[in-house]
Design a protein around this ligand. Sequence first.
Ligand SMILES: Nc1ncnc2c1ncn2[C@@H]1O[C@H](COP(=O)(O)OP(=O)(O)OP(=O)(O)O)[C@@H](O)[C@H]1O
Length: 280
Amino acid sequence: MIKLNHLQKLYDDTIAVKDVTVSIPAGVVCGLVGPNGAGKTTTLRCMAGLLPATAGEIQINGISPETDPVRLKRTIAYVPDDPPLFDDLTVGEHLDFVARLYHIDDHRRTAIDLLEQFELLAKYDATVTSLSRGMRQKLAVACAYLIQPQVLLLDEPLTGLDPPGIRILLDSVRQFVRGGKTAIISSHLLAMISDVCDQVWLLQNGLVRYHGTTSGLRKEFPNTESLEEAFFAAMDLSANESASSAEDEDESTVVMPAAQTGVAMPLTSPTVPASPTTVS
Ligand SMILES: Nc1ncnc2c1ncn2[C@@H]1O[C@H](COP(=O)(O)OP(=O)(O)OP(=O)(O)O)[C@@H](O)[C@H]1O
Protein backbone atom coordinates (compact mmCIF):
# COMPACT_ATOMS: atom_id res chain seq x y z
CA MET A 1 0.00 0.00 0.00
CA ILE A 2 1.33 3.43 -1.01
CA LYS A 3 0.16 6.55 0.76
CA LEU A 4 1.09 10.11 -0.08
CA ASN A 5 -0.33 12.76 2.18
CA HIS A 6 -0.12 16.38 1.02
CA LEU A 7 3.21 15.74 -0.68
CA GLN A 8 4.95 18.89 -1.82
CA LYS A 9 8.29 19.30 -3.57
CA LEU A 10 10.00 22.55 -4.50
CA TYR A 11 13.22 23.01 -6.44
CA ASP A 12 14.32 26.38 -5.13
CA ASP A 13 11.43 28.60 -6.24
CA THR A 14 9.89 26.07 -8.65
CA ILE A 15 6.90 24.16 -7.31
CA ALA A 16 7.17 20.75 -9.00
CA VAL A 17 4.67 18.97 -6.75
CA LYS A 18 2.11 21.27 -5.17
CA ASP A 19 -0.15 19.07 -3.05
CA VAL A 20 -0.54 15.38 -3.75
CA THR A 21 -2.62 13.02 -1.65
CA VAL A 22 -3.23 9.50 -2.97
CA SER A 23 -3.59 5.97 -1.66
CA ILE A 24 -2.71 3.06 -3.93
CA PRO A 25 -3.62 -0.40 -2.66
CA ALA A 26 -1.51 -3.53 -3.02
CA GLY A 27 -2.10 -5.74 -6.03
CA VAL A 28 -2.66 -3.02 -8.61
CA VAL A 29 -0.85 -1.50 -11.56
CA CYS A 30 -1.37 2.25 -11.46
CA GLY A 31 -0.64 4.40 -14.50
CA LEU A 32 0.80 7.82 -13.70
CA VAL A 33 -0.06 10.26 -16.48
CA GLY A 34 0.05 13.99 -17.05
CA PRO A 35 1.54 16.59 -19.35
CA ASN A 36 5.24 17.42 -19.51
CA GLY A 37 6.32 19.10 -16.31
CA ALA A 38 3.29 17.83 -14.34
CA GLY A 39 5.53 16.52 -11.56
CA LYS A 40 5.45 12.78 -12.32
CA THR A 41 9.20 12.11 -12.17
CA THR A 42 9.60 14.31 -9.13
CA THR A 43 6.84 12.44 -7.31
CA LEU A 44 8.36 9.06 -8.18
CA ARG A 45 11.81 10.21 -7.05
CA CYS A 46 10.41 11.40 -3.74
CA MET A 47 8.70 8.03 -3.30
CA ALA A 48 11.94 6.21 -4.10
CA GLY A 49 13.78 8.23 -1.48
CA LEU A 50 16.01 9.90 -4.08
CA LEU A 51 14.66 13.37 -3.39
CA PRO A 52 13.60 14.72 -0.01
CA ALA A 53 10.02 15.98 0.06
CA THR A 54 9.64 19.65 0.95
CA ALA A 55 6.47 18.89 2.92
CA GLY A 56 3.95 16.11 3.43
CA GLU A 57 4.25 12.42 4.16
CA ILE A 58 5.15 9.34 2.17
CA GLN A 59 4.46 5.81 3.37
CA ILE A 60 5.42 2.81 1.26
CA ASN A 61 4.15 -0.36 2.91
CA GLY A 62 4.28 1.57 6.16
CA ILE A 63 7.87 2.74 5.56
CA SER A 64 8.81 6.39 5.41
CA PRO A 65 11.71 7.42 3.15
CA GLU A 66 12.59 10.08 5.70
CA THR A 67 12.86 7.90 8.79
CA ASP A 68 13.85 4.53 7.30
CA PRO A 69 15.60 5.11 3.97
CA VAL A 70 17.52 1.83 3.95
CA ARG A 71 14.44 -0.34 4.55
CA LEU A 72 12.61 1.71 1.92
CA LYS A 73 15.28 0.95 -0.66
CA ARG A 74 14.96 -2.75 0.06
CA THR A 75 11.21 -2.49 -0.52
CA ILE A 76 11.08 -0.37 -3.63
CA ALA A 77 12.70 -0.62 -7.05
CA TYR A 78 12.76 2.54 -9.12
CA VAL A 79 13.74 2.45 -12.77
CA PRO A 80 14.29 5.91 -14.26
CA ASP A 81 13.61 6.63 -17.92
CA ASP A 82 17.35 6.76 -18.69
CA PRO A 83 18.83 4.23 -16.28
CA PRO A 84 22.32 5.16 -15.04
CA LEU A 85 24.26 1.95 -15.65
CA PHE A 86 27.96 1.35 -15.08
CA ASP A 87 29.85 1.64 -18.37
CA ASP A 88 32.65 -0.67 -17.22
CA LEU A 89 30.40 -3.57 -16.23
CA THR A 90 28.96 -6.25 -18.44
CA VAL A 91 25.31 -7.22 -18.39
CA GLY A 92 26.04 -10.27 -16.20
CA GLU A 93 28.24 -8.20 -13.88
CA HIS A 94 25.39 -5.73 -13.35
CA LEU A 95 23.17 -8.46 -11.99
CA ASP A 96 26.05 -9.86 -9.88
CA PHE A 97 26.69 -6.40 -8.50
CA VAL A 98 23.07 -5.77 -7.60
CA ALA A 99 22.83 -9.20 -5.96
CA ARG A 100 25.89 -8.38 -3.85
CA LEU A 101 24.54 -4.99 -2.81
CA TYR A 102 21.22 -6.44 -1.76
CA HIS A 103 22.73 -9.56 -0.17
CA ILE A 104 20.84 -11.88 -2.52
CA ASP A 105 22.29 -15.39 -2.31
CA ASP A 106 22.29 -17.82 -5.20
CA HIS A 107 21.10 -15.16 -7.60
CA ARG A 108 22.65 -16.69 -10.75
CA ARG A 109 19.70 -18.87 -11.78
CA THR A 110 17.21 -16.00 -11.28
CA ALA A 111 19.53 -13.59 -13.09
CA ILE A 112 19.78 -15.91 -16.07
CA ASP A 113 16.02 -16.44 -16.10
CA LEU A 114 15.48 -12.68 -16.07
CA LEU A 115 17.97 -12.13 -18.89
CA GLU A 116 16.24 -14.85 -20.86
CA GLN A 117 12.83 -13.33 -20.16
CA PHE A 118 14.02 -9.93 -21.37
CA GLU A 119 15.89 -11.38 -24.35
CA LEU A 120 19.29 -10.28 -23.09
CA LEU A 121 20.98 -13.59 -22.40
CA ALA A 122 23.03 -13.37 -25.60
CA LYS A 123 24.46 -10.11 -24.23
CA TYR A 124 25.58 -11.62 -20.93
CA ASP A 125 29.25 -10.73 -21.49
CA ALA A 126 28.64 -7.46 -23.37
CA THR A 127 29.50 -4.16 -21.69
CA VAL A 128 26.55 -1.81 -21.34
CA THR A 129 28.15 0.74 -23.68
CA SER A 130 27.51 -1.74 -26.48
CA LEU A 131 23.79 -2.05 -25.67
CA SER A 132 20.99 -0.25 -27.46
CA ARG A 133 18.75 2.11 -25.50
CA GLY A 134 16.01 -0.50 -25.31
CA MET A 135 18.47 -3.14 -24.09
CA ARG A 136 19.70 -0.81 -21.36
CA GLN A 137 16.12 -0.27 -20.30
CA LYS A 138 15.50 -4.01 -20.16
CA LEU A 139 18.67 -4.58 -18.14
CA ALA A 140 17.58 -1.95 -15.61
CA VAL A 141 14.19 -3.67 -15.28
CA ALA A 142 15.87 -7.07 -14.85
CA CYS A 143 18.05 -5.60 -12.06
CA ALA A 144 14.90 -4.18 -10.44
CA TYR A 145 13.17 -7.58 -10.44
CA LEU A 146 16.29 -9.29 -9.11
CA ILE A 147 15.96 -7.52 -5.75
CA GLN A 148 12.38 -8.82 -5.41
CA PRO A 149 10.83 -5.49 -4.42
CA GLN A 150 7.35 -5.05 -3.00
CA VAL A 151 6.81 -1.89 -5.02
CA LEU A 152 8.00 -1.21 -8.55
CA LEU A 153 8.20 2.34 -9.90
CA LEU A 154 8.80 2.57 -13.64
CA ASP A 155 9.35 6.03 -15.13
CA GLU A 156 8.47 6.00 -18.82
CA PRO A 157 9.74 2.43 -19.17
CA LEU A 158 8.58 1.86 -22.74
CA THR A 159 10.81 4.45 -24.39
CA GLY A 160 13.11 2.64 -26.76
CA LEU A 161 11.48 -0.77 -26.42
CA ASP A 162 10.38 -2.65 -29.53
CA PRO A 163 6.84 -4.12 -29.63
CA PRO A 164 7.90 -7.56 -28.29
CA GLY A 165 9.92 -5.79 -25.57
CA ILE A 166 6.87 -3.73 -24.61
CA ARG A 167 4.74 -6.85 -24.39
CA ILE A 168 7.33 -8.70 -22.29
CA LEU A 169 7.67 -5.77 -19.89
CA LEU A 170 3.95 -5.19 -19.48
CA ASP A 171 3.28 -8.92 -19.01
CA SER A 172 5.99 -8.99 -16.34
CA VAL A 173 4.37 -6.06 -14.52
CA ARG A 174 0.96 -7.73 -14.52
CA GLN A 175 2.58 -10.90 -13.21
CA PHE A 176 4.44 -8.89 -10.55
CA VAL A 177 1.28 -7.42 -8.98
CA ARG A 178 -0.52 -10.76 -8.96
CA GLY A 179 1.27 -11.64 -5.74
CA GLY A 180 -0.10 -8.57 -3.95
CA LYS A 181 2.69 -6.19 -4.96
CA THR A 182 2.20 -2.71 -6.39
CA ALA A 183 3.50 -1.15 -9.60
CA ILE A 184 3.34 2.43 -10.82
CA ILE A 185 4.09 3.12 -14.47
CA SER A 186 4.58 6.68 -15.59
CA SER A 187 3.78 7.01 -19.27
CA HIS A 188 2.37 9.26 -21.97
CA LEU A 189 0.91 6.23 -23.79
CA LEU A 190 -2.74 6.40 -22.82
CA ALA A 191 -3.77 3.33 -24.80
CA MET A 192 -1.25 1.26 -22.84
CA ILE A 193 -2.50 2.74 -19.55
CA SER A 194 -6.02 1.84 -20.54
CA ASP A 195 -5.04 -1.76 -21.43
CA VAL A 196 -2.68 -2.60 -18.63
CA CYS A 197 -3.43 -0.47 -15.59
CA ASP A 198 -6.08 -1.07 -12.94
CA GLN A 199 -5.93 2.55 -11.90
CA VAL A 200 -4.95 5.83 -13.45
CA TRP A 201 -3.46 8.75 -11.57
CA LEU A 202 -3.56 12.04 -13.44
CA LEU A 203 -1.21 14.82 -12.37
CA GLN A 204 -1.24 18.35 -13.71
CA ASN A 205 0.74 21.30 -12.37
CA GLY A 206 1.75 19.25 -9.35
CA LEU A 207 -1.85 18.48 -8.36
CA VAL A 208 -3.94 15.32 -8.58
CA ARG A 209 -6.61 15.82 -11.21
CA TYR A 210 -7.96 12.28 -11.01
CA HIS A 211 -7.15 9.04 -9.28
CA GLY A 212 -9.27 5.96 -9.67
CA THR A 213 -10.09 3.28 -12.19
CA THR A 214 -9.70 3.97 -15.88
CA SER A 215 -13.41 3.21 -16.37
CA GLY A 216 -14.18 5.68 -13.56
CA LEU A 217 -12.39 8.43 -15.49
CA ARG A 218 -14.55 7.67 -18.51
CA LYS A 219 -17.66 7.80 -16.31
CA GLU A 220 -16.66 11.24 -15.02
CA PHE A 221 -16.82 12.41 -18.61
CA PRO A 222 -19.63 10.38 -20.19
CA ASN A 223 -19.58 12.38 -23.41
CA THR A 224 -16.03 11.32 -24.21
CA GLU A 225 -15.33 8.38 -26.47
CA SER A 226 -11.91 7.26 -25.30
CA LEU A 227 -9.59 7.46 -22.32
CA GLU A 228 -7.61 10.02 -24.27
CA GLU A 229 -10.66 12.28 -24.63
CA ALA A 230 -11.51 11.85 -20.95
CA PHE A 231 -7.92 12.69 -20.08
CA PHE A 232 -8.11 15.94 -22.05
CA ALA A 233 -11.53 16.72 -20.60
CA ALA A 234 -10.18 16.25 -17.06
CA MET A 235 -7.32 18.62 -17.76
CA ASP A 236 -9.54 21.21 -19.47
CA LEU A 237 -11.94 21.14 -16.56
CA SER A 238 -9.06 21.58 -14.16
CA ALA A 239 -7.60 24.44 -16.15
CA ASN A 240 -10.97 26.22 -16.29
CA GLU A 241 -11.68 25.70 -12.64
CA SER A 242 -8.16 26.80 -11.70
CA ALA A 243 -8.62 29.97 -13.73
CA SER A 244 -11.91 30.79 -12.08
CA SER A 245 -10.58 29.99 -8.63
CA ALA A 246 -7.62 32.28 -9.32
CA GLU A 247 -10.09 35.00 -10.20
CA ASP A 248 -11.73 34.41 -6.86
CA GLU A 249 -8.27 34.74 -5.31
CA ASP A 250 -8.65 31.31 -3.79
CA GLU A 251 -5.60 29.40 -4.98
CA SER A 252 -5.82 26.74 -2.31
CA THR A 253 -8.51 24.76 -4.11
CA VAL A 254 -7.38 21.41 -5.47
CA VAL A 255 -9.53 20.63 -8.46
CA MET A 256 -10.45 16.97 -8.80
CA PRO A 257 -13.22 15.72 -11.00
CA ALA A 258 -13.41 12.53 -8.93
CA ALA A 259 -12.86 11.69 -5.31
CA GLN A 260 -9.24 10.95 -4.49
CA THR A 261 -9.54 7.36 -3.88
CA GLY A 262 -1.77 6.91 -5.41
CA VAL A 263 17.38 -0.73 -7.51
CA ALA A 264 15.80 1.60 -6.91
CA MET A 265 18.02 1.12 -9.72
CA PRO A 266 20.88 -0.74 -8.22
CA LEU A 267 22.70 2.53 -8.08
CA THR A 268 20.45 3.77 -5.31
CA SER A 269 21.01 0.70 -3.21
CA PRO A 270 21.03 0.81 0.56
CA THR A 271 24.76 0.37 0.77
CA VAL A 272 26.18 2.29 -2.14
CA PRO A 273 26.04 6.01 -2.80
CA ALA A 274 23.97 7.10 -5.76
CA SER A 275 25.83 7.34 -9.04
CA PRO A 276 26.68 10.79 -10.36
CA THR A 277 23.78 10.61 -12.78
CA THR A 278 21.25 9.75 -10.09
CA VAL A 279 19.62 12.56 -8.20
CA SER A 280 19.99 11.89 -4.52
N1 LIG B 1 16.30 19.29 -10.95
C1 LIG B 1 15.37 20.23 -11.14
N2 LIG B 1 15.60 21.52 -10.81
C2 LIG B 1 14.66 22.48 -10.99
N3 LIG B 1 13.42 22.25 -11.49
C3 LIG B 1 13.14 20.98 -11.84
C4 LIG B 1 14.08 19.91 -11.68
N4 LIG B 1 13.50 18.77 -12.11
C5 LIG B 1 12.26 19.09 -12.51
N5 LIG B 1 12.04 20.42 -12.36
C6 LIG B 1 10.80 21.15 -12.65
O1 LIG B 1 9.77 20.54 -11.88
C7 LIG B 1 8.57 20.46 -12.64
C8 LIG B 1 8.12 19.00 -12.71
O2 LIG B 1 9.09 18.26 -13.44
P1 LIG B 1 9.00 16.67 -13.59
O3 LIG B 1 10.25 16.21 -14.28
O4 LIG B 1 8.69 16.09 -12.27
O5 LIG B 1 7.74 16.53 -14.55
P2 LIG B 1 7.22 15.28 -15.39
O6 LIG B 1 5.75 15.23 -15.18
O7 LIG B 1 7.99 14.06 -15.06
O8 LIG B 1 7.51 15.73 -16.87
P3 LIG B 1 7.82 14.88 -18.21
O9 LIG B 1 6.52 14.25 -18.65
O10 LIG B 1 8.27 15.92 -19.18
O11 LIG B 1 8.89 13.86 -17.90
C9 LIG B 1 8.87 21.09 -13.98
O12 LIG B 1 8.47 22.44 -13.93
C10 LIG B 1 10.38 21.01 -14.09
O13 LIG B 1 10.89 22.07 -14.87
